[in-house]
Ligand binder design. Structure first.
Ligand SMILES: Cc1cc2nc3c(=O)[nH]c(=O)nc-3n(C[C@H](O)[C@H](O)[C@H](O)COP(=O)(O)OP(=O)(O)OC[C@H]3O[C@@H](n4cnc5c(N)ncnc54)[C@H](O)[C@@H]3O)c2cc1C
Ligand code: FES
Length: 258
């Protein structure tokens, strides 16, 4: 059930250049059903900025009633979010959208998880849930440069992890696809989240394989009412368009026209 919760900040720390990790506790955590869902955050109690900001759920701790978000403090909204301190309350709407299905990969099979920049966070909870059921997860994480890399150790603790940077300051130089050519071809499933050009390249490279892509479209309402996040579909679906917020953000590969 989608709810509006005043969640309490239990931790806020900077992980890398302009990259922050915030932990929030509240009843909303009990409503999260799948990795890849997101929340819509009102970063200020005033009307400025007016619109909420969509941020993926990076990790869930049900026992503690706590969720972790990782975000890049970039524009006005996310910069205000980075100023929240432990004990502050934040107005959160969620959980929103349909996330990644862990049922698509069976125990003993291999899944390849490919993330780019701020598309990496939702893959962390996905990997935790897949590895817990016995799936062999391989992670390919792409960043601009060494100073914005985050969660390398966390992903390594779950499975084989490759870091790729555009400028070559850490890991393999180039794009995620440079590493993907070296990976096992007998994967059962691939899951990806990141910028559109990356999703396009990943989808083309794994053509014919079972894959799921998460899209980060600009959003207004986050609940399917405003049409801000509408995308065109391909002929592989009978819908003329889809709403990323309520039909997605995760779609099977081939459904969204990139
Ligand atoms: C489903 C989903 C999950 C996301 N998960 C994450 C995450 O885990 N971590 C993270 O750092 N970022 C994530 N983003 C992107 C994040 O929402 C934007 O970077 C953020 O809203 C920008 O806000 P701002 O205040 O920094 O920028 P501003 O420029 O002040 O924002 C202006 C407006 O544009 C919208 N906007 C700007 N960039 C984007 C974008 N790339 N996607 C969607 N809306 C945008 C904002 O919501 C706002 O309404 C996600 C986006 C979506 C749609
Ligand atoms: S953001 Fe309003 S319909 Fe998707």
């Amino acid at each position: 059930m989608i709810m509006q919760d005043r969640m309490t900040v239990t931790s806020q720390q900077q992980l890398a250049k302009a990259i922050f990790e915030i932990k929030l506790s509240g009843k909303l955590v009990g409503e999260i059903t799948s990795p890849g869902q997101f929340v819509h955050i009102r970063v200020s109690d005033s009307f400025e900025p007016l619109l909420r900001r969509p941020i993926s759920i990076a990790s869930i701790n049900r026992e503690a009633g706590e969720m972790t978000l990782i975000y890049r403090a970039e524009g006005r909204g996310t910069s205000l979010l980075s100023q929240k301190r432990v004990g502050d309350e934040v107005d959160v709407l969620g959980p929103l959208g349909n996330g990644f299905s862990v049922d698509e990969t069976a125990a003993g099979e291999t899944a390849i998880l490919i993330g780019g920049g701020i598309g990496v966070p939702p893959l962390y909870e996905l990997s935790k849930q897949l590895t817990a059921k016995g799936v062999n997860c391989i992670h390919v994480l792409g960043f601009q440069s060494d100073d914005v890399v985050f969660y390398e150790e966390e992903f390594k603790a779950l499975g084989e992890t490759y870091i790729v940077t555009v400028d070559g300051s850490k890991g393999t130089k180039g794009f995620v696809t440079n590493v993907m050519t070296e990976l096992p071809t007998e994967l059962a499933t691939y899951y990806s989240c990141g910028p559109m050009p990356m999703l396009d390249a990943v989808q083309k490279m794994y053509e014919g394989k079972k894959g799921f892509l998460s899209f980060e479209q600009r959003m207004g309402c986050g609940i399917g009412a405003c049409f801000a996040c509408v995308c065109q579909t391909t002929e592989e679906t009978d819908k003329a368009y889809i709403k990323v917020c309520s039909d997605g953000p995760v779609f099977p590969a081939g459904v969204v026209a990139i």
